[in-house]
Design a protein around this ligand. Sequence first.
Ligand SMILES: [Zn+2]
Length: 171
Amino acid sequence: MAVATTVSGILAAVNGALGLITKGVATHDESVIEKATQTLVDEIRELNVATLQTSEDNVRLIKSVATLEHDLKAANEEIAKLKAKKRELSRYELTPITEGPVVYRLKSAYADKEPIHYRCPKCVNADKTGYLQPVRVKSAQYLVCADCEFEYFAGFLPPPDYSKLIALMAR
Ligand SMILES: [Zn+2]
């Protein structure tokens, strides 16, 4: 805005100087023509400076717009990613295993296309799959994360039932 004001001010001064030159020519007044010509030269120099400043401002504005467009694109991509993650997570529910840790479990409504499975909350939050695989250590059952290898204790298995074997051996 300031530059536009400057430019219009300069143009007004240029018109004034041209008017004086015309007047000087009409009255054959050399000193008026000389003074107005000098004013004209000074104003045109000012106009060049103002035009250059306007060009530099435009270049700066174009760069700012490009940066903003880049930031906006990145923000939109981030939003799309978050929406996809939210949609994916809506298929799961947080559920405790035993009395301790809480893990993600596929909701039964989605179990028609894939088996019910568990996922590690820490890894899911870090955008990893974090599938939990059952591992048995003696009578203890764990769900072990395939990504971070954290072992979620999932309780003790019941002692083996030997009654059928005993009945079989008694025959
Ligand atoms: Zn994990």
